[in-house]
Ligand binder design. Sequence first.
Ligand code: NAD
Length: 341
Amino acid sequence: MGKRKIGVIPGDGIGPEITSATIDILEAVGFEAEWVYLEGGIGSVEKGHEAMPAETIAKIKELGIALKGPTTTPIGKGHKSANVILRQALDLFANVRPTKTLPGVHGPFEGKHIDLIIVRENTEDLYAGIEFQPHPDVAQSIKVITRPGCQRLFKYAFNMVRVQGRKRMTAVHKANIMKLTDGMFLEEFYKEAKNYPDIIADDIIVDNCCMQLVINPEQFDVIVTENLYGDIISDLCAGLVGGLGMAASANIGVDCAVFEAVHGSAPDIAGKGIANPTALLFSSLMMLRYLGEGEKADRILNSVLKVCTDGKILTGDLGGKASTEEYKREVIRNATELVAK
Ligand SMILES: NC(=O)c1ccc[n+]([C@@H]2O[C@H](COP(=O)([O-])OP(=O)(O)OC[C@H]3O[C@@H](n4cnc5c(N)ncnc54)[C@H](O)[C@@H]3O)[C@@H](O)[C@H]2O)c1
């Protein structure tokens, strides 16, 4: 049997730098794959192609799996987000974003134990992309929530909670104001919860949730929420545990999955060789676990934890002075020493 084929979209800005560092680390612990490089992002637009070309989407559909670097989306104008197109085209309905305190990584909650997961609906809500301007002074955007969309999200999320041995899931919404859309989301949440009597199911309004997260984040276990709230809350959560450089995510569909960092293309530091590759690396560890390669994922995770605890070779966002390359080499050194032991 040949090597497993995995799609790779290096993306824009710091994307190619952190993608190559991540792949080098995966290969250093013996993970073998044939990396199928694909176009996507503003680089693709500049070559006269689509932001997310049909060939890229078709190839990921065929392979069923991809690792994706961040892609740039112009603000308030220009092409539609490559991410939004990809998630909708591949029907990647659940976006899973873990947040965990790591030893040696400084954040506002050092010494506390934050360990929560956000499951964000990934294809509906205001990201459905239905926007129009009926009058020069009026712009409208339609929020779409569907019952089947809620049902498959909650089925996935409750099952994930059970498989991971977690205890509680909190639905985050604004059903006090959006009684039909968020009301339906909440109604379906509690319907599905009845099938999981072993899991505590509760809910919280999104604004209160944000306040609770910055006061006492340890109280949360798993948060399940709509697309827009999930997008915002997950950056907030990244800030609780050391910033965007550490925040991983998995986009899960029925028979396809795309793994990518939470952060964007960081144009302010692109090309300088100083980006932190950990967020994409951690996303790739979610990919290894998805592929049943948990032992290799653990080895890399333990190596990163050791590098962070030592605190000597860290990138600038973590308070260090190391380049992406130096940090990568240190992670590889530790990971391969762990093999030798
Ligand atoms: N998944 C994606 O592809 C994705 C996600 C979010 C934003 N974006 C796009 O990225 C572009 C830039 O967005 P932004 O500036 O709002 O957010 P950003 O996440 O790119 O950057 C925010 C801040 O965090 C820093 N940062 C981010 N990742 C880092 C890393 N790995 N190491 C060190 N520092 C890091 C940046 O330097 C910047 O100061 C926009 O075009 C946006 O649309 C893409």
